[in-house]
Design a protein around this ligand. Structure first.
Ligand code: F6P
Length: 341
């Protein structure tokens, strides 16, 4: 069998570990051949491929990013996108695809699967917001990077008696903020799932100063105050219609300073959270997803996605995986509130 592999959407640590596992098991156990499609759905759309064999995956396990490249290309929005993919797959002699991606990439995979294309999905995203799997790889690495930043910010905040605000990724789901904030001892955690009350945030900050410590506020990029932000001009969106986020920490900086009179500084972690080498947890999860994905392809289990359920890797329908985003439940968020202020 000849299998195409692609990685789509925002990159994340562990993508190379999946690719390596797919190729190593596919070649040694099933005698598969592989072809790499470059830059997510752009590869099959334009027939842009690269060789992918055991030679090409040597040494990539600890490397961040993806040797295949990635993009947010959305073939469904392009004229004849699906037909172009079908004809390029036929021309490349590919029997099926393994698509490694988040909600958008897997949403396309699900659509293509309904159009008769053989696809297996592998869930990735640092945001950990995909339904049907307990965890996605990349998340643990991002949380550890954010936690380390928070640890470092504590000491400089204390020295200068400042409020330090850390903005982490998380468009619709506050998993990174919640986990990194809890692990790093944040004094306030703000997530997209719960609009925040600025007066309450300021009260927490003042209470923290009363105990002679400096507050650390961890905020997801998608968090917003009750009532929303003042209107913004020129909002940029990607091919899947997602707004380019970022800036809530700087907005909070100004609001907190004017309301509390305390000096506040923002740190935006941005793409640092997505770069570099994966943690051991992510390497193992990504490797297991890859091993099971190529097994599923050889079993002809098309239209499925690998998922972590407890400690087992299971196959779920692609449609179930993209049906609903997994967000932080209110009762879990409340567990962290005991440390606020
Ligand atoms: O989807 C993963 C993610 O890292 C989000 O947390 C973030 O909002 C987005 O990607 C940023 O995307 P880009 O790198 O395309 O700006």
């Amino acid at each position: 069998m000849r299998i195409g592999v692609l990685t789509g959407g925002g990159d994340c640590p562990g993508l190379n570990a999946v690719i390596r596992a797919v190729v190593r098991r596919g070649v040694s156990e099933f005698g598969n051949e592989f072809v790499g499609f470059r830059d997510g759905w752009r590869g099959p759309l334009e027939g842009d491929t690269r060789p992918l064999g055991v030679e090409q995956v040597r040494g990539i396990l600890p490397r961040g990013g993806t040797i295949l490249g990635s993009s947010r290309t959305n073939p469904i929005k392009l004229e004849n996108g699906i037909e172009r993919i079908k004809s390029n797959l036929a021309e490349t002699g590919v029997d099926g695809l393994i698509a490694i991606g988040g909600e958008d990439t897997l949403g396309v995979a699900d659509r293509l699967s309904h159009e008769g294309i053989n696809v297996i999905g592998v869930p990735k995203t640092i945001d950990n917001d995909l339904g049907a799997t307990d965890y996605t790889f990349g998340f643990d690495t991002a949380v550890n990077i954010a936690m380390e930043a928070i640890d470092r910010l504590h000491t400089t905040a204390e020295s200068h008696h400042r409020v330090l605000i850390v903005e982490v990724m998380g468009r619709h789901a506050g998993w990174i903020a919640f986990h990194a904030g809890l692990a790093g001892g944040a004094n306030v955690i703000l997530i997209p799932e719960q609009d925040f009350d600025l007066d309450r945030v300021c009260a927490y900050i003042e209470r923290r100063f009363e105990s002679q410590y400096s507050p650390i506020v961890v905020v997801s990029e998608g968090a917003k105050p009750i009532g929303g932000f003042p209107e913004k001009d020129g909002v940029q969106t990607d091919a899947f219609g997602h707004e380019r986020l970022g800036g809530v920490a700087h907005w909070l900086e100004g609001e907190i300073e004017s309301r509390t009179g305390k000096e506040a500084r923002a740190t935006v972690l941005g793409h640092v959270q997505r770069g570099g080498t994966p943690t051991a947890f992510d390497r193992v999860l990504a490797t297991r997803f890859g091993l099971h994905a190529v097994g599923a392809a050889n079993d002809g289990a098309w239209g499925k996605m690998t998922a972590l359920r407890s400690t087992n890797i299971e196959l779920v329908n692609l449609a179930d995986a993209v049906a609903e985003l997994k967000t932080v439940p209110p009762e879990l968020y409340r567990e962290a509130e005991v440390f606020f202020g």
